[in-house]
Design a protein around this ligand. Structure first.
Ligand code: TYD
Ligand code: MG
Length: 458
C-alpha cells in the first residue's frame, strides 16, 4: 500500500514503481538515481487510474460481435499532412506533433486549422507560447487575413478544460503541451510530471467529447526527458518534424498511427508564405554537382509509398591511432559493419583511416538498402575517383558479403530512370526482366562483383 502524503503529492520511481512522500535523489527501494517523479495521489475512494475513462470495463465479447464502423475522418486539406495522418484527422483522436523548436509546427497547424475552419469545422487554437496578437500577426504573414480560427492564449489546464467543454470545438490544437500546467502539481510547467498529467487530462477530454486534439511538443535538448517521447504511448498518432533547419525542406513522419500506416512521410518546403507541400519530392535530396566528385553515390530509398533519391557522401581521410567512424543520417553501427565486410570480402582496408558518411539534406535513412551505396561512396573516396555521371546503387549487404534485394526494386529503378540516371548497380534479384529505357543495369550478387563493376567503369 503506497504511503500517501497529506499534501496529495507523491513521488513515484519510474524504474521500480515504488513511492515516496518526498523527493529523493536516490530511490530508496531500487537504488536508482534521479528516477523519482512527482504525481498526484488521488483521494481515497477515487479512481486510481487516470486512464479509466479511456477503456471503461465491459463484458468479454467476440470481435465479430462488436459493432465497429470505419473511423470518421476529416481531411485537413493539406495533402501532405493528410498523407501522414492516413487520410485526415479522426474525431476523438489525439495527435502528438513533435519537433525541434522553430521547425514549423505552429505554422503548419495554423495553416491546417484555417483550411478546416473555412471548410465549416469549428476550431480552437490554444496558444501557451504566443499571445493572440502574435498568432494573428502570423496568420497575416501566412496570407490569411480573414482567418476565422478562434484563439485562446492560456496555459492553465483547468481553464483550458473548462473552455473546451464550453466552446466544444471539433478540432483543438494545444501549442505547446510543455507550457500547460495543472494546479494539482507543484512542479514547474514543462516537467515530466506536468507534461504527463496535463496530456492525460486532455486526452481524456478528447475521448469523452469527440474533439480531435493536436498536442504540440518540443523536442528538448535533453532528448527524451519531458519531451514528446513521454507521451507517445498515450496518444493515437505521433508525428515528428524532421529536417535541417538550415535548408527549407521539412519532413513530417508518422512514428505511430492507430488510424493509418506508419512511415509515410509528408514533404514540405518552408516559404515566406508558410509551409507548402512538395508533391514530387524524389529529387530534393540530391546536391547538384556540376561534375561528379569522389565519395558521392546516389541511392533510391523508399519513404512510405514513395521512392526518394538521396545522395550518400563519404569522406575517407588518414586518421590517428584510433580512427573515427561518424555518420549523419545513417546508423553508425551499420557503418562499422560495412567497413568490416568491405575489408574482409573485398580487400578494401580503412583501418587507419577516419571515415565519415552523410545522407544529404538532413534525411534519416534507416533501411539497409543504403548499404551498397555507402560502400561504393567509401571506396570512391578512398580511391579518390568519382563514380560515373548518372550512377546509382542500392541493396542490402550481408555479413557474408552477399548483396540482398531491396523491397520494390522496380519502383526505385523507374523513379531513377525518370530523373535521368543512366547506370545502376543493383542486387541481382531486383533486376527487372524487361530492360528499363535509358538505364544500364549491372546486377550483382556479391560485394566483390560490385567493386569490379566500378573498376570496369573507370
Ligand atoms: P514555427 O511554426 O513558429 O515553429 P515551431 O512552432 O515548430 O517552433 O516556425 C517558425 C520558423 O518558420 C521561423 O524560424 C520562421 C519560419 N517561417 C517562415 O519561414 N515563413 C513563414 O511564413 C512563417 C510563418 C515562419
Ligand atoms: Mg511554435
Amino acid at each position: 500500500m503506497p504511503y500517501m502524503a497529506k499534501d496529495k503529492t507523491l513521488y513515484v520511481c519510474t524504474d521500480c514503481g515504488s513511492t515516496s512522500p518526498k523527493w529523493l535523489g536516490k530511490c530508496p527501494a531500487c537504488g536508482a538515481w534521479n528516477t523519482l517523479m512527482e504525481t498526484v495521489a488521488e483521494a481515497e475512494g477515487a479512481s486510481k487510474n487516470r486512464f479509466a475513462s479511456l477503456a471503461p470495463s465491459s463484458e468479454v465479447t467476440a470481435l465479430l460481435d462488436i459493432e465497429a464502423s470505419e473511423v470518421d475522418r476529416t481531411a485537413t486539406g493539406i495533402d501532405e499532412l493528410d498523407r501522414v495522418l492516413g487520410g485526415g484527422m479522426v474525431a476523438g483522436g489525439v495527435v502528438l506533433m513533435g519537433g525541434d523548436p522553430g521547425i514549423g509546427k505552429s505554422t503548419l497547424l495554423l495553416q491546417a486549422l484555417d483550411v478546416l475552419q473555412r471548410g465549416g469545422a469549428s476550431t480552437l487554437y490554444i496558444s501557451g507560447e504566443e499571445s493572440g496578437a502574435q498568432v494573428a500577426l502570423r496568420a497575416r504573414r501566412l496570407g490569411m487575413p480573414a482567418c476565422e480560427v478562434r484563439v485562446l492564449a492560456e496555459i492553465h489546464l483547468e481553464k483550458i478544460l473548462a473552455t473546451l467543454s464550453a466552446v466544444r470545438p471539433s478540432i483543438a490544437v494545444i501549442d505547446s503541451i510543455q507550457t500547460v500546467y495543472s494546479d494539482q502539481l507543484t512542479s514547474a510547467p514543462g516537467s515530466v510530471a506536468q507534461v504527463r498529467e496535463c496530456a492525460a487530462h486532455l486526452t481524456r477530454a478528447a475521448k469523452a467529447s469527440g474533439i480531435t486534439m493536436v498536442l504540440v511538443g518540443h523536442v528538448t535538448k535533453e532528448g527524451a526527458l519531458a519531451g514528446p517521447r513521454v507521451l507517445e504511448h498515450m496518444v493515437d498518432t505521433v508525428l515528428y518534424f524532421e529536417g535541417d533547419t538550415h535548408s527549407s525542406f521539412r519532413l513530417v513522419r508518422a512514428i505511430k498511427n492507430r488510424f493509418g500506416a506508419v512511415n509515410e512521410i509528408g514533404v514540405f518546403a518552408m516559404t515566406d508564405k508558410g509551409l507548402k507541400g512538395v508533391s514530387n519530392p524524389s529529387a530534393m535530396f540530391l546536391s547538384q554537382h556540376a561534375e561528379p566528385v569522389p565519395g558521392s553515390c546516389v541511392m533510391v530509398t523508399l519513404e512510405g509509398s514513395r521512392p526518394l533519391l538521396v545522395e550518400i557522401q563519404a569522406l575517407v581521410d588518414s586518421g590517428g591511432p584510433s580512427p573515427r567512424r561518424l555518420s549523419v543520417g545513417l546508423e553508425r553501427d551499420r557503418l562499422a559493419m560495412l567497413l568490416a565486410v568491405l575489408h574482409r570480402h573485398a580487400g578494401v582496408a580503412c583501418m587507419d583511416q577516419d571515415v565519415f558518411v552523410n545522407a544529404v539534406g538532413g534525411v534519416r535513412i534507416s533501411e539497409p538498402a543504403a548499404d551498397l551505396a555507402v560502400m561504393l561512396a567509401i571506396t570512391s573516396s578512398l580511391r579518390g575517383k568519382p563514380l560515373p555521371k548518372g550512377f546509382l546503387a542500392f541493396g542490402e549487404v550481408g555479413l557474408a558479403g552477399e548483396v540482398r534485394p531491396a523491397p520494390r526494386g522496380q519502383d526505385r529503378l523507374k523513379e531513377a530512370a525518370k530523373l535521368g540516371f543512366g547506370v545502376a548497380v543493383v542486387p541481382k534479384a531486383n533486376a527487372p526482366k524487361k530492360p528499363i529505357e535509358g538505364l544500364t543495369l549491372y546486377p550483382v550478387e556479391r560485394v566483390e562483383e560490385a567493386l569490379a563493376v566500378l573498376r570496369g567503369l573507370d
